[in-house]
Design a protein around this ligand. Structure first.
Ligand code: GLY
Length: 378
């Protein structure tokens, strides 16, 4: 990576700040499965009502990253404990969905990559089989969500799912069975055709007729409205397509990721701080730091896979996002459990701008990518 000496120094110093803070936070966190904080203290999603929550793998991913960085067994044991807690989800059909990748890539697959543990392999293969089983042949898409809130989701697909495909790529790699990868690329092709707009922005939700496969409509989803540009959705698409390129070497996925990246870069405000939706009303100042951290990870990967000037453009765009987070949106006080501030789950919600665990995960991953110390999770 073409980091200047100054940027390398900044990245190394930031990793040191993460290392110092995480030691205190992880010790204090005990056996929790955190999602957000209340007054700076992590909540705990490990109860039977909450254990299926889609973000429950990220703390495990942070613990694996920290274990690989420090070789401190405290982190490995915490990651392994969290992975076992997720077994309650593997045996509950209603808790399994398109987000199996988010739950078991940073936990079971990470564990298998590091330890070659057979139980972790077993969990991840069960999760991959279930994810593959969500594929709808008619529309060639992986179904998002189970039915909740009285809504029929049989024909719904979401851009976020691009980040779950690596569970299928991994399953094909380790089993030698091409079915998983075939399903992943079929879904990625549909996403490329139906989610990515001409200007490089992406839809959050696309609904298909689950019987004929015909595309019916799009929804604004967690963004401002239909046709708007939910920033975390842009980030999932940007990072997700470059990951499909990494696993398949098919240039069309690289080019799709680049188109989304160009749109993201040209809409990034001078401050480097990212709004919840690039098309939210001008008077709305809500931010989403998670979108910035995820986009930075995707941009760093892009910078590794293209040559020359473009590589620098992606790397510099990632640095701008990460430095803005470090300087203005990181809580470096080790009395608070979270790293990032001002994360937003969705535009139309009562709560905005709080701590969210996947923001912390991707911020950590991005910094470790820069210093070459990342455990590759996806
Ligand atoms: N995958 C759901 C979200 O990004 O909020």
């Amino acid at each position: 990576m073409n980091l200047t000496q100054q940027d390398r120094k900044w990245a190394e110093q930031t990793v040191e700040k993460i290392r110092a803070k995480m030691h205190t936070v992880a010790e204090r966190c005990g056996d929790k499965v955190p999602y957000t904080t209340k007054d700076g203290v992590f909540d705990d999603r490990s109860g039977s009502e909450d254990i299926s929550w889609w973000t429950n793998g990220f703390w495990g991913g942070m613990m694996w990253q920290m274990y690989c960085l420090t070789k401190d067994d405290m982190y490995r044991m915490k990651a392994e404990s969290l992975e076992k807690k997720l077994d309650a989800v593997l045996t509950n059909a209603a808790g399994l969905d398109h987000d199996n990748g988010f739950k078991w890539l940073p936990t079971a697959v990470a564990s298998y990559r590091v330890t070659k543990n057979e139980s972790s392999y077993n969990r991840a293969i069960i999760a991959a089989n279930n994810l593959a089983g969500r594929f709808n042949l008619a529309g060639s898409f992986i179904r998002a969500w189970n039915d909740w809130g009285g809504v029929d989701h049989r024909g719904w697909a979401i851009i976020d799912c691009m980040m779950n495909l690596p569970l299928l790529y991994w399953a094909s790699e380790v089993t030698g069975d091409p079915r998983f990868k075939q399903i992943a690329t079929a879904h990625a092709d549909t996403a490329q055709r139906c989610f990515v707009r001409d200007d490089g922005s992406v839809n959050h939700i696309v609904e298909f007729d689950p019987f004929s496969g015909e595309m019916i409509r799009t929804y604004g989803g967690q963004g401002f409205k239909v046709g708007s540009s939910w920033t975390r959705g842009q980030s999932w698409g940007l990072y997700g397509f470059v990951l499909s390129y990494i696993h398949t070497k098919d240039e069309k996925y690289l080019n799709t990721s680049r188109r989304i990246a160009h749109y993201f870069i040209s809409n990034t405000p001078e401050s480097g701080l990212i709004p919840v939706d690039f098309r939210q009303p001008a008077e709305c100042a809500w931010e989403d730091s998670t979108a910035a951290a995820i986009a930075a990870c995707g941009l760093i990967e892009l910078s590794k896979h293209v040559e020359g000037r473009d590589s620098d453009v992606y790397l510099n765009a990632a640095l701008k996002l990460l430095k803005a987070l470090d300087e203005k949106r990181c809580n470096w006080d080790d009395g608070a459990d979270n790293l990032l501030e001002k994360c937003t789950a969705e535009y139309h919600s009562d709560e905005h701008e709080f701590a969210i665990i996947y923001g912390d995960y991707y911020f950590m991953e991005a910094l470790l990518k820069l210093t070459g110390q990342e455990l590759f999770i996806w």
